[in-house]
Design a binder for this molecule. Structure first.
Ligand code: NDP
Length: 334
């Protein structure tokens, strides 16, 4: 029986590349959780994902009701079979918006979609996943949440949850930022990624021993061409991939990034919980999976997986605990 994997934001970029990779292994049935179901169906066909290896289901992370509906639909779809794998990948990045946009529940859009929507989703699926053998949850992180890296630390602004004054006020309109300060789009994205990575640490600490579920986060490398940067100016979108490729060496193509994410789900060596996975060196010259879906091992230079160290901000356990408690309250879980 194939393993059942849910991937959020599977209609573009990293999520789509990962969905394609896992579907083509023949070992996984992929539930593509997309805000635009028609788009999901179209791109899956375009990529040649085999019929019977996937389905597309509606998930709008900017609505807690939609998250709850998705979980109910998923349960009906898979009946008694437990979910084995969950990848929280979807995200929005709004660096140029002068004013915040709000989710249905009144959260600032990037924190609402990237963190709160996924926070509720994981929590609602834990019980079911704890019945599965070898279950894994991966929440896609980012170095932008890491103050100890070039991308996260030197590039202004820095992620900083402060003392979570904004979360304490409920994190809803007119409160846009986790720290309660005025809206700053680029920082809101980074803050949301810190919350994503802290959520993984807390999930590990709270549930790994009892449930056996493996919780991890990962940084795929800089996939400078994805739609994530859709709101950046044209000159940026043209020069950013070049900069990442030749100056920082952090560039990775969409397909290889998707294979990296698939590795965290599939590779026996990633069966360790609480880890933040990264890859060293440059990109691979050949894919980890051959076009027929069979793994073919590493090729090219670099691209070896390793356990990365989380930033001090992510490892701040007191703030992580507080973030967890306030997030539960914000999404109505207490
Ligand atoms: P994309 O913009 O290509 O993909 C984001 C996906 O999220 C899309 O499928 C999008 O749907 C979906 N999405 C956006 N808003 C919502 C919503 N409200 N509800 C449901 N789904 C939504 O970006 P990437 O592939 O680059 O990003 C994927 C992940 O990788 C993110 O978590 C990002 O933070 C992370 N990441 C990316 C890096 C990069 O360099 N690109 C670097 C580090 C981390 P739709 O297809 O409809 O637009």
């Amino acid at each position: 029986l194939r393993k059942l994997v849910v991937i959020t934001g599977a209609s573009s970029g990293l999520g789509l590349a990962c969905a394609e990779t896992l579907a083509k292994t023949g070992k996984y049935f992929v539930v593509m959780a997309c805000r635009d179901v028609e788009k999901g169906k179209r791109v899956a066909k375009e990529r040649g994902m085999p019929d019977g290896s996937y389905t597309v289901m509606k998930l709008e992370l900017a609505s807690l009701q939609s998250v709850r509906d998705f979980v109910a639909n998923l349960k009906a779809f898979k009946s008694a079979r437990p979910l084995t794998h969950l990848i929280c990948n979807a995200a929005v990045y709004k660096p140029t918006d002068p004013e915040p946009a709000w989710t249905d529940d009144g959260f600032e859009m990037s924190m609402g979609v990237n963190h709160f929507g996924h926070f509720l989703l994981v929590n609602l699926l834990l019980d079911d996943m704890s019945r599965a053998k070898g279950a894994r949850v991966c929440i896609v992180g980012s170095i932008t949440g890491n103050t100890n890296t070039v991308g996260g630390g030197l590039v202004y602004p820095q992620a900083n949850l402060g003392n979570l004054a904004g979360f304490e006020k409920g994190a809803t309109k007119p409160v846009a930022m986790a720290d309660g300060k005025p809206f700053f789009g680029a920082k809101a994205y980074k803050d949301s990624k810190v919350c994503n990575m802290m959520t993984v640490s807390e999930l590990h600490r709270r549930y790994h021993e009892d449930t056996g579920i493996v919780f991890s986060s990962m940084y795929p490398g800089c996939i400078a061409e994805t739609a994530l940067f859709r709101e950046k100016r044209p000159w940026f979108r043209k020069l950013f991939p070049v900069f990442m490729k030749y100056v920082t060496g952090g560039y990775v193509g969409e397909q290889e990034a998707g294979e990296r994410l698939a590795q965290v789900i599939d590779d026996p060596q990633c069966n360790k919980s609480g880890v933040y996975w990264s890859w060293n060196g440059g990109a691979q010259t050949v894919g980890r999976w051959a076009p027929d879906g069979k793994p073919r091992g590493a090729g090219g230079s670099g691209g070896e997986i390793f356990e990365n160290q989380q930033s001090d901000a992510v490892r701040d356990t007191e703030t992580a605990k507080k973030m967890w408690a306030l997030s539960k309250k914000a999404v109505g879980l207490t």
